[in-house]
Design a protein around this ligand. Structure first.
Ligand SMILES: [Zn+2]
Length: 413
């Protein structure tokens, strides 16, 4: 009791010092409620490995500290792991933001309305379709941008996906921003005009629409809305569930599902990507999956710490790194292989590369860190323009290399 009170006092002071409104609570989570824990002392790779094998939902981190969201079972595992952790409050308290923060962000209906409007204004270079319905029956929108958008001209293709994690609403704005910029820039901006003429750009602004709708009231939801809900970014079929980089516990925020592609939305994505194999060749050359937060550019593999190995030659690893660093130089993000911080398996980019040979990157957008009491998932709408246009050059770079990604290290295709 006594210890608990001191801890609460310390945490409240820390939250106030960080300039945030959240107050840590001493009340332990009850029932199925999730708790927030701060894990300290992650000073080396061995310590981070001890954390990563627990399959926790890591919602923020600095060099030696991680903030995690855990079920009660996971919290028990965390205590048994020998790592130093402090309970901070319930996830519901942690994520709750002052009323009004959601204003200025699109929801599913307004995003769809905007895409429809843009297609009607740019019919020659834009087509709106969907990749099928989500679990709850929402069509998952798919925007095609290219010159002669109604024709198949065999051009190199790029895919951008957003909002696979429900609470990462800034990423939907990212995809909508790209659509807006490419459509508005065609015929006025020479660089964009060239890219639209020579490439096919597929944009999927909301690949987990059930989750993002459910999280409109900002409760920190990450997964889809099936029962049990699945972390879509642990449900892809390359080395699925192999390496303690996801959770087998349906209550966990990183639950990988019963099997690879068990979730409706990952099957829709898989089928769309497969549909771009034409004449035995995968047309899609490059991909970015946008997430928040951390300001990082990452690339495969996430399931292993090894830089090269099966499915990743030295040249391929160098290509990923060179283009990843080039893109990061334009937006000021840090850059590194997905596994550098912790192991993840069943990830989207691992499957895109491992099974489809698509140069696939994971971007973690603004902010760089979420201080205690600020999950980092719900920045005010004032940052949308700045933080989405921050990736303009990176997207253009990926588009420009899509005809031969290895040319970035001087290799021919
Ligand atoms: Zn994410």
């Amino acid at each position: 009791m006594f210890r608990g009170r001191i801890l609460t006092a310390v945490l409240v002071v820390a939250a106030v010092a960080a300039g945030v409104g959240w107050r840590a609570s001493s009340a332990q989570p009850t029932g199925e409620e999730l708790g927030v824990y701060q894990v300290t002392g992650l000073t080396d790779a061995a310590q981070r490995k001890r954390l990563s094998v627990l399959g926790l939902d890591i919602v923020g981190h600095t060099a030696d500290t991680a903030t995690v969201v855990a079920t009660q079972g996971e919290a028990e595992g965390l205590r048994r792991s020998g790592l130093t952790s402090r309970y901070q409050g319930t996830a519901r308290e942690f994520y709750r933001y002052p009323a009004g923060r959601a204003r200025g962000y699109h929801d599913y209906d307004s995003a769809l309305a905007q895409l429809r409007d843009q297609v009607s204004r740019h019919p020659a270079i834009a087509r709106l379709a969907d990749i099928g319905n989500s679990f709850e029956g929402r069509p998952i929108p798919l925007m095609k941008i290219s010159d002669n958008a109604g024709a198949d001209e065999g051009e190199p293709e790029v895919v951008l996906t957003c909002n696979i994690h429900a609470r990462e609403h800034l990423t939907a704005e990212m995809c909508l921003h790209v659509v807006d910029r490419y459509l508005a820039g065609y015929g006025t901006d020479p660089a964009i005009t060239d890219l639209v003429n020579g490439r096919v750009l597929w944009v999927l602004p909301m690949v987990n629409p059930d989750g993002s709708e459910y999280d409109k009231d900002q409760q920190g939801w990450r997964k889809n809305r099936e029962s049990p809900a699945v972390d879509l970014n642990r449900n892809f079929g390359h080395q699925w569930g192999c390496c303690q980089g996801s959770s087998a516990d349906p209550e966990s925020s990183t639950y990988r599902g019963e099997q690879a592609f068990s979730a409706t939305e990952t099957r829709r994505i898989r089928d769309f990507v497969h549909s771009r194999v034409i004449g035995g060749r995968q047309r899609i050359a490059a991909h970015i999956d946008f997430h928040t937060f951390g300001e990082m550019v990452g690339w495969p593999f996430g399931y292993t710490a090894a830089a090269t190995g099966p499915g990743m030659s030295a040249d391929e690893a160098r290509t990923f790194q060179e283009l990843g660093q080039k893109m990061a130089a334009t937006n000021g993000y840090s850059a590194g292989k997905d596994s550098e911080l912790y192991i993840t398996d069943g990830g989207f980019d691992d499957w895109m590369w491992g099974e489809q040979r698509i140069y696939s990157y994971t971007f973690e957008m603004y902010p760089a860190q979420g201080p205690a009491g600020n999950g980092g998932f719900y920045p005010p709408a004032e940052v949308i323009d700045r933080e989405t246009s921050r990736n303009d050059k990176a997207v253009d770079l990926l588009m420009s290399y899509a005809n031969c990604v290895p040319k970035v290290i001087g290799k021919a295709c």
